[in-house]
Write a protein that binds this ligand. Structure first.
Ligand code: HEC
Ligand code: HEC
Length: 343
């Protein structure tokens, strides 16, 4: 009996070792997909180099804001993981917005935009911040007036939308920004290399973290190509997070008015996650390890021990990919007709 047990234990022990490692890779390949290289296609808004150039110029141009100080890059800093290192964003007149700024990197792979998914795509999304009073606090008319005041802009719009009779429109502004944003992807992380079959791309502790991430159920909501961004879930499926972390934001309820959607949020992408503290829609949690621990109790009803948290953390570091080489654009020169900043 004893002997039998020992043999069995030995078989399991040696077997587990060989089996587990091979299995982690194939299991992961079923759940996640590597970020593709190159620019993803988007429907109804074909990509062109001219649109990318225009979209990049607009993304960096603070004159789209009423104050002339705030650009998309202010809150989605491309040198800083694509967000702003603030709990919740600060916009026009130092007003504090209600939510943490999500990264624009890989946002093209999300099912919809914003924490509550209220914009269907990046083009619809881009019209929001220009007008939001706590963000850029401008109007479409005034943004277009600003653009039309600069001949260099008119030329860029004509080149980007050669078939349009009057190409300078708010809609085309958003379309160009959307196309630029499709270039903001971060492929070829160590995790992507692992998913493409390169086993040595992850260390053993990182593979252990990946295994835990899948076994414990994190991957159920943070799977796919973007490790999230594919669906909405209650924040606090099992256990309500602490009040300060949760806040009073009802999330997707504000979009659907359905009580089932109270405190429901889009599961964010976890790619490049160590570059974008603080965490959650409230931005109340700064250490990534604390965010991992909260997810364990809130979403899964488990209390992860510190070595599990360390391993998951080590694994999440491997999702940081190659950040795109974005050359800061020279912005069109203002003219006497360009609206002056209003603070
Ligand atoms: C004042 C800060 C601020 C400015 C300026 C700003 N954003 Fe945002 N952005 C945010 C915040 C905060 C959110 C999340 C809001 C929400 O979910 O309700 C957000 C959400 C987004 C998202 C959705 C990402 C996701 O995963 O859901 C995209 C894309 C985005 N912004 C792009 C832009 C673009 C393009 C511009 C310029 C036209 C811009 N933002 C200007 C703060 C800002
Ligand atoms: C039932 C779905 C679900 C499960 C399971 C889940 N998450 Fe989440 N995760 C979410 C949602 C939804 C949010 C956004 C919560 C919010 O801020 O309102 C989130 C947010 C996060 C964040 C913060 C991201 C950011 O950009 O602010 C991290 C980190 C995270 N999850 C990691 C994990 C880990 C690690 C596990 C496993 C221990 C896990 N999640 C399990 C749905 C889930």
């Amino acid at each position: 009996m004893k002997k039998l047990f020992l043999t069995a234990a030995l078989t399991v022990a040696t077997g587990t070792c060989a089996w587990a490692q091979g299995n982690v890779m194939s299991e992961a390949q079923d759940i996640f997909k590597p970020l593709p290289f190159g620019i993803p296609e988007i429907t109804a808004n074909p990509v062109s180099n001219e649109k990318i150039t225009l979209g990049k110029t607009l993304f960096f141009d603070p004159r789209l804001s009423k104050s002339g100080l705030i650009s998309c890059n202010t809150c989605h800093n491309l040198g800083m993981g694509g967000d702003d290192y603030q709990e919740t964003s600060t916009g026009h007149g130092w007003q504090q917005g209600p939510r943490n700024s999500p990264t624009v990197y890989n946002a093209v792979y999300n099912l919809a935009q914003f924490w509550d998914g209220r914009a269907a795509d990046l083009k619809e999304q881009a019209k929001g911040p220009v007008q939001a009073s706590v963000e850029m606090n401008n109007t479409p008319e005034s943004a277009i007036k600003t653009i039309n005041s600069m001949p260099d802009y008119i030329r860029l719009f004509k080149q980007a939308f050669p078939d349009d009779e009057s190409p300078v429109t708010f809609d085309n502004m958003a379309a160009a920004i959307e196309v630029f944003e499709t270039t903001l992807t971060t492929p070829d992380s160590p995790f992507d290399k692992f998913l493409r079959g390169e086993k040595s791309a992850l260390t053993v502790p990182q593979q252990k973290g990946l295994s835990l991430f899948m076994e414990q159920g994190c991957a159920d909501c943070h799977g796919g190509v973007n490790m999230g961004g594919e669906d909405y879930f209650s924040f606090g499926v099992v256990e309500r997070p602490a009040t300060d972390v949760m806040g009073s934001d009802k999330g997707r309820f504000t979009v659907t008015q359905s009580t089932d959607d109270e405190y429901v949020f889009k599961a964010p992408s976890l790619r490049n996650i160590n570059l974008t503290p603080p965490y959650f829609h409230s931005g109340k949690v700064w250490p990534l390890k604390e965010a991992i621990s909260i997810m364990g109790s809130a979403q899964l009803g488990i209390s992860l021990n510190s070595s599990d948290i360390d391993n998951i953390y080590d694994f999440l570091l491997t999702t940081t990919g190659v950040q795109p080489d974005v050359v800061y654009p020279v912005l069109p020169a203002a003219t006497v007709n360009t609206p002056r900043p209003v603070l």
